[in-house]
Design a protein around this ligand. Structure first.
Ligand code: GH3
Ligand code: MG
Ligand code: MG
Length: 537
């Protein structure tokens, strides 16, 4: 019954579609939060590194400029020196050459440069600071060197390269020697960069200098030295060979890939390099800041590894995603609890409704049962108790009488000549008589008296607390009342009489049967004596 009445409210039903949608949205939020945190953190990390790289770049630029600046005036000074000019004007004169050699040697020693020499317009070395050395440049032709060509063309030149005789790297600075509008030759000073090289190799920073062909010629990483950052074209390779810039030291290009280009001078690169463990190769990401060195075609690159930035970004992403997931889980848990409470409230309300309905049904059922019970023990025509009820109830009266020694009397009532009433006035009139009789009896009886219709026109009365005499009086009073009553039927007045038989219960008797029998006999006697009278037995 309760199951039939219980209908869960539809909005309280669990919606699996909504639950899946919520879960997907939550996961999406977690991923997006992690993604944003990762990129934001990485961006901040790169910003910091960018500032740091810029600072380093300026320091290294200054370090690189210092020696070149220091010696840049020397070739110009040499080019304007009378001794040098005379030497070139009298190249065949051994005295002039010797004087110039000594002068160059002296200058080289004092300036602490690597070499100083004078070339004629064909590129041939006329005088040199290492004139006494078996490896002297004298007699060598450097026409193929860019610093010679640049000086002839532009008045001055700059070059990084390997010494063709010493095989030691160095900066070459050159200046054209012009006399009376005629170019007599070129003065060259080679600057040793060994010191700078060593200093950079000791540096904690990753710093590189590339030439105009992107070849690394200065590097804090010795293994990257003389490696192009981009593969050289055939033409460039040919040029490098011709000028003998890197002679035999040029190595294969570095394996570099741009991960993110952040502008002309900044990018994140990935380098395939020797693994730190020493075995095999590994890919390492760097933030790279470039700085062009004006007037040289050279570029300084400061590299900062991004591994720490990336690791930090990952930590941020995981932390943010984790926090987000935690917050969402708490929210979802609270929502679940709220839903459960709502469901419980709703089912409680449903149960209450079901309970009310049940109570109502129960009441109806009780009424129905009561009606059925009353119907079962009531005579439908008169409303008096029926025979069944009488015989069910009378034993209780008997036992009470017995227990308390109270008297109990029985009166049998039978309508006289009722057959004739029916015959003369009709069955409906007879019914009316029976109803009238019942009404009068009920009105004149006491609460505890039991009145029942036990046959067609036969009635019985059980009178507790009444002895034979009292019952006789009551029966006679009834008989009289009834005989005075007039029933109207189809405009005719109808009057009936009754005969009564009275008997008192005797305590010696086990039940009422004997009493009833005696009352019946008394009734029979009343009939026999002429009817409309009361007899006692
Ligand atoms: P008496 O008792 O005086 O000897 O005569 P009587 O005519 O009353 O006797 P009898 O017992 O022979 O008749 C009873 C009649 O009551 C017979 C029957 O038709 C009638 N009767 C029985 N039940 C009903 C009823 O419910 N309604 C009506 N109208 N008549 C009934
Ligand atoms: Mg009868
Ligand atoms: Mg009769």
């Amino acid at each position: 019954m309760a199951a039939l009445l219980y209908r869960p409210a539809p909005n309280m039903l669990n919606d699996p579609g909504k639950r899946i949608r919520d879960t997907v949205l939550a996961l999406l939020a977690v991923v997006v939060a992690g993604y944003v945190a990762f990129f934001w953190s990485r961006q901040v990390g790169i910003e910091n590194v960018r500032d740091e790289a810029q600072g380093r770049l300026e320091i290294y630029q200054a370090a690189l400029f210092a020696p070149t600046d220091k010696y840049s005036y020397l070739p110009e000074l040499l080019a304007s020196h009378q001794l040098v000019i005379d030497c070139l004007l009298h190249a065949d004169d051994a005295v002039h050459v010797l004087q110039t050699n000594r002068f160059l040697e002296n200058l080289n020693r004092k300036a602490k440069s690597a070499a100083a020499y004078i070339l004629d317009p064909k590129g041939l070395v006329i005088a040199s600071s290492n004139w006494q050395d078996p490896m002297s440049f004298i007699g060598q032709n450097y026409a193929f060197r860019p610093y010679f060509q640049d000086a002839l063309r532009n008045g001055a030149g700059n070059f990084y390269g390997m010494g063709t005789t010493t095989l030691l790297p160095g900066f070459y600075v050159s200046h054209a020697i012009v006399h009376k509008n005629e170019t007599l030759g070129v003065a060259v000073v080679k600057i040793n960069i060994g010191e700078l090289d060593m200093e950079w190799a000791r540096s904690q920073d990753q710093v590189l200098v590339t030439d105009e062909h992107d070849v690394i010629f200065l590097s804090s990483r010795p293994d990257w030295k003389y490696r192009p950052m981009t593969p050289l074209s055939a033409e460039v390779r040919e040029g490098v060979k011709r000028t003998r810039q890197y002679d035999t030291v040029l190595k294969p290009p570095l394996a570099i890939e741009t991960v993110t280009s952040l502008g002309d001078e900044e990018q994140v690169i990935e380098v395939l390099q020797m693994a730190r463990s020493g075995r095999g190769e590994e890919r390492v990401d760097y933030f790279m800041r470039d700085g062009k060195l004006p007037g040289s075609g050279w570029t300084i690159h400061v590299l900062m590894p991004t591994a720490e930035i990336t690791a930090h970004a990952w930590r941020m992403a995981i932390g943010t995603s984790g926090s987000m997931a935690f917050i969402l889980l708490v929210i979802m848990y609270l929502a679940q609890v709220k839903r459960r409470i709502a469901e419980r409230e709703s089912s409680r309300a449903d149960l209450e409704r079901a309970h009310e309905a049940l109570e109502q049904k129960h009441g109806e059922l009780q009424k129905l049962t009561e009606t059925l019970r009353v119907n079962a023990i009531t005579d439908p025509l008169t409303g008096a108790w029926n025979r069944r009820f009488f015989f069910e109830s009378v034993p209780k009266l008997v036992s009470t009488a017995k227990r308390h020694h109270f008297p109990l009397a029985i009166v049998m009532i039978d309508v006289d000549h009722f057959k004739e009433v029916n015959d003369e006035y009709g069955h409906a009139a007879g019914d009316k008589v029976l109803q009238m009789l019942t009404t009068i009896c009920r009105e004149s009886l006491r609460e505890e008296d039991l009145f029942a219709r036990i046959g067609g026109e036969e009635f019985v009365l059980a009178l507790p607390n009444s002895d034979a005499q009292a019952a006789l009086q009551a029966a006679d009073r009834l008989r009289e009342q009834l005989s005075e009553c007039i029933v109207n039927t189809d405009g005719r007045a109808l009057q009936v009489t009754v005969s009564c038989g009275v008997s008192a219960y005797r305590e010696s008797e086990p039940d009422i049967a004997e009493t009833l029998k005696r009352a019946d006999e008394a009734l029979y006697a009343a009939k026999h004596s002429g009817r409309n009278q009361v007899k006692i037995r």
